[in-house]
Ligand binder design. Structure first.
Ligand code: SAH
Length: 238
């Protein structure tokens, strides 16, 4: 990814260097403008949501941290004595991870990465990088390439049906074009504005169903405080 089109990488690099950063702004046609507090990308194990802590506890063997960002999960895993490779498409994020002590951080795209792992970790709506439901078969094919026998994916997401709730608490999903969890995001940091990209939030039932169609089995292993959940995905035994 080009550095002049990488607002999140720029924010991560600034925060690492200065201990503070400007606003990392997020735009989506579905929402009012929002922002990601850059500090949260540097969260410690204790500051992580319970479902992330649980994922780190369960991660075993050779671990792939997908979309490592500032390296918070990789650093926590290293502290626990676990073996982790962290990949990210942002060169600024990768350089920051390396500077923070992540021993194996690489600038790689999940969809073209090569390797064999016992655990694939995708946290902070990590499955979002799949973008749209239509890309799930390609995602599962790549998971099949990367997972060692008996390996598993641990990923989190949210059922964002709540954003369609009206004042009476009624959720009306009719009239939505396509799957309601398919969002488009665009980020800006200072004057660096990235291109819009598709970002998927998937509800557990849809994940379970789509996984099954691709020869995998998904199960919810923990629930968060607000429609978020942690899932385990394994190959269906043949
Ligand atoms: N997991 C981190 C960062 C989440 S932000 C955390 O929880 O704090 C998502 C990260 O995924 C960004 O750093 C982005 O550059 C990276 N990313 C997006 N698409 C990717 C892809 N196809 N392969 C690898 N990393 C990707």
């Amino acid at each position: 990814m080009r550095t002049d089109q990488d607002p999140m990488g720029r924010a991560i690099a600034d925060y690492h260097q200065d201990g503070k950063a400007a606003r990392l702004r997020v735009f989506s046609p579905m929402f009012d403008e929002d922002e990601i507090p850059v500090k949260t990308l540097f969260r410690t194990l204790q500051e992580m949501p319970a479902i992330e802590q649980e994922a780190l506890r369960q991660a075993r063997g050779s671990i792939l941290d997908v979309g490592g960002g500032a390296g918070c999960h990789a650093l926590a895993l290293q502290q626990m004595g676990k073996q982790v490779t962290s990949i990210d498409i942002s060169p600024l994020a990768v350089a920051t991870m390396q500077a923070r002590g992540v021993q194996d951080a690489r600038e790689q795209d999940f969809f073209t990465h090569d390797g064999q792992y016992d655990t694939i970790l995708m946290l902070m709506n990590g499955i979002g990088i799949v973008g749209t439901l239509s890309r799930l078969p390609a995602f599962f094919m790549q998971v099949d390439q990367l997972l060692a026998p008996g390996g598993e994916v641990l990923c989190d997401s949210s059922d964002i049906c709540y954003i369609f709730e009206d004042e009476d608490g009624i959720i009306d999903l009719t009239g939505i074009d396509g799957y309601y969890g398919e969002l488009t995001y665009q980020m800006q940091y200072k004057t660096v504005k990235g291109s819009p990209f598709p970002w998927l939030f998937i509800d557990p039932e849809t994940l379970i169903e789509q996984a099954r169609a691709c020869g995998f089995q998904a199960e919810v292993i923990a629930r968060g405080e607000h429609y978020d959940y942690l899932a385990r995905i394994t190959r269906v035994k043949r």
